[in-house]
Design a binder for this molecule. Structure first.
Ligand SMILES: [Zn+2]
Length: 115
């Protein structure tokens, strides 16, 4: 739950408490229709607060799943790159790449080594 979710959650609860107080006051003064309406609004605000809490939990779980999927994909990519490097005999210089593995650059440490 981030700051906005938490603030919205507490605003819903605060609004629910305020409308509950207004409903109680209306009922004490005999305004039963107002009390019923305010009680309904209180109920809706409590439902909204609960949904906000549950949705934030689901969003957090979805974010964790997405992060895990990205890590798995990154590991898979890294594994594939390692396999390619292994199959190419761990290239060492740009000249080696551009000559399809036939030549090494003059500064390459593997110059003269045949693969
Ligand atoms: Zn080289």
């Amino acid at each position: 739950m981030n700051h906005n979710d938490r603030a919205l959650h507490w605003l819903y609860l605060l609004g629910g408490a305020l409308t509950a107080l207004c409903a109680t006051t209306s009922a004490r003064h005999g305004a039963y229709w107002y009390a019923a309406g305010l009680a309904a609004v209180t109920f809706l605000l409590v439902i909204a607060a609960i949904r906000e809490y549950v949705d934030a939990d689901e969003r957090r779980a979805a974010a964790v799943r997405a992060e895990r999927a990205v890590r798995v994909r990154a590991l898979s990519d890294e594994r594939q790159l390692r396999q390619i490097a292994d199959s190419l005999g761990h290239s060492c210089c740009e000249r080696w790449w551009t000559s399809c593995g036939a030549e090494h650059a003059s500064t390459c440490r593997n110059q003269g080594v045949q693969r």
